[in-house]
Ligand binder design. Sequence first.
Ligand code: ATP
Length: 270
Amino acid sequence: MKDTEGYITPDGRQIGGVLMEMKNITLRFGGVVAINDISFDVREGEIRAIIGPNGAGKSSMLNIISGFYTPSEGEVFYKGEKRPPMKPFEVARMGVARTFQNIALFEGMTVLDNVMTGRLTHMNAGVLSQALWWGKARDEEMENREVVEKVIDFLEIQNIRKTPVGRLPYGLKKRVELARALAAEPSILLLDEPMAGMNVEEKEDMSRFILDVNDEFGTTIALIEHDMGVVMDISDRVVVMDYGKKIGDGTPDEVRNNQDVIDAYLGVAH
Ligand SMILES: Nc1ncnc2c1ncn2[C@@H]1O[C@H](COP(=O)(O)OP(=O)(O)OP(=O)(O)O)[C@@H](O)[C@H]1O
């Protein structure tokens, strides 16, 4: 498949060309090789999962995509251009939003205010322009509110919009975090173990929301997940990592039948 070509998923969705490409990525922490020469791409409109057992290097990979780590070797291409080393907020401004495994919300603030913080990367009117040019700041505020309200409706959290996040159960906090990331209107949404710590019902809800977000907004989604089962149903293509190496890459069916992947999950000795 060429970079500019897409494909049609079994459920009939059109996937586009390459949006993000990781090329020969290696990441070392002193003597530890967390990621060892891994390449893969994420295509426009795709739900792409990175899975692997504990310590496989998934979080490290997500942190490279989000700009938190700079690879020791290799390159990241985004929208066809090589991305220079950047700070996470610069990467966010380029349209990359993320959620965190250990929910990173402001517990004392309401759901609405938390979701509003997702708009920060879109706020351009500084204090001076707010003082001198009312119109621009006001238009911006209106637009931000509009996006936020749409996301809140979409994720069905209207009834808790004034509730402080600290009072919510775990599954709902995760949904608020998803709402905040979505409020940034990202080109690519990174989800860090979105189902971790959830019960079966919460996992089903989260799966449905991930699918709906992709379907409704056409958002490209890359997620990492420890548990192989939960992502297989919702992902278009899956990268499998083990001990820092890529051991599989393909559709859920291809990956499920890959002997190296089966061995890694069963803990066969290396
Ligand atoms: N900041 C760090 N300093 C040193 N070693 C690290 C650091 N972060 C990760 N590692 C090591 O790199 C390897 C990959 O870790 P990483 O957290 O990326 O794996 P993971 O697949 O996300 O694991 P988990 O499912 O347990 O979260 C591990 O051996 C880990 O100990």
